[in-house]
Write a new protein. Structure first.
Length: 301
């Protein structure tokens, strides 16, 4: 009988440059968490986070390769291009974070007291964690929107920045819960409200793009995103002014780190981290606003 449905398997999913990058992601991710689980070891919240990143990214990458190789992604009610672009950016950020945290907290030059074998496994795991980050960054580079190209929104600079903005907000939230004393003043509570509001709306924008439901909205989604981005810039400007004043001005806080402040549990340290990443996110939203006015939204790719 003659086949009328075309090839059942998409070999380009594993032979194209993007497919090869994903195969390397799968190999490097599996190698990394296997080395850590077998002999390298991990402990505390930092180690658990690293293991979660490697196993989570490995599982989603296997899912993506399987769906594209078998054409199953065509059966899913999501915008596949937006989903893969968003995940690649998120995995890049998560993997680079784990690639920094794991060697920082678990790798040492000497063998005492963990033993030379454990040390060698941890060094090897750190190397493959770095390679994993490179593999995900390569996919982002290969799939990003080119000038004049019609592509998924999440593959554009503005779409990729949405993932980075949400990730930076998560870092801010982590510092907030680490004894940052944000409830001390109404002004700092306003800053927390700014971080929370912008994070939630950014996640909603990503969710609508990934699910491909933007065309079903009763309002123009692309114009609303630009208006929101402008509002987020204004909100972050207010936080960028208020937070340092109420944390580091001598009238409200401390301009210098207290000498008796415990390392790792110092409110001043958390306040400094929040201030730094507030300015980082402000810059990201400004760049996002500049790019968002030059793109066309495509929800069905």
């Amino acid at each position: 009988m003659e086949s009328t449905g075309g090839p059942y398997l998409n070999t380009a999913a594993v032979t194209s440059p993007v497919g090869i990058a994903r195969l390397l992601q799968m190999m490097f991710g599996c190698t990394t968490f296997s080395l850590v689980a077998h002999q390298g070891g991990f402990s505390a919240a930092y180690g658990t986070f690293c293991m979660f990143v490697w196993t989570f990214c490995f599982a989603i990458t296997v899912f993506i390769i399987t769906c594209e190789f078998t054409h199953l992604h065509s059966c899913l009610s999501i915008s596949w291009g937006n989903f893969t672009a968003a995940f690649a950016m998120l995995a890049t950020l998560m993997s680079v974070t784990a690639a920094v945290i794991y060697p920082l907290y678990f790798v040492q030059l000497g063998c005492y007291p963990i033993g030379c074998e454990v040390r060698d496994f941890r060094i090897a795991a750190s190397v493959f964690a770095g390679l994993l980050f490179v593999a995900y960054a390569t996919e982002v580079f290969l799939t990003r929107a080119k000038p004049g190209q019609v592509t998924s929104y999440m593959a554009t600079v503005s779409g990729l920045l949405k993932i980075v903005q949400a990730f930076v907000a998560c870092i801010i939230f982590g510092a907030l819960v680490n004894d940052s004393q944000h409830s001390k003043y109404v002004a700092t509570q306003w800053c927390v409200a700014v971080y929370s509001f912008c994070f939630v709306v950014t996640v909603v924008v990503v969710a609508f793009s990934v699910t491909g439901k933007t065309a079903l909205l009763w309002f123009p989604f692309e114009r609303s995103v630009v208006v929101y981005t402008f509002g987020a810039v204004l909100l972050y400007v207010s936080a960028a002014v208020i937070w340092p004043v109420f944390c580091f001005d001598s009238k409200y806080g401390s301009p210098r780190r207290p000498g008796l402040c415990a390392k790792g549990r110092c409110p001043w340290d958390s306040q400094l981290v929040i201030a730094i990443f507030t300015y980082v996110n402000l810059l990201l939203y400004v760049v996002d606003l500049a790019y968002s006015q030059r793109i066309r939204f495509v929800s069905h790719l």
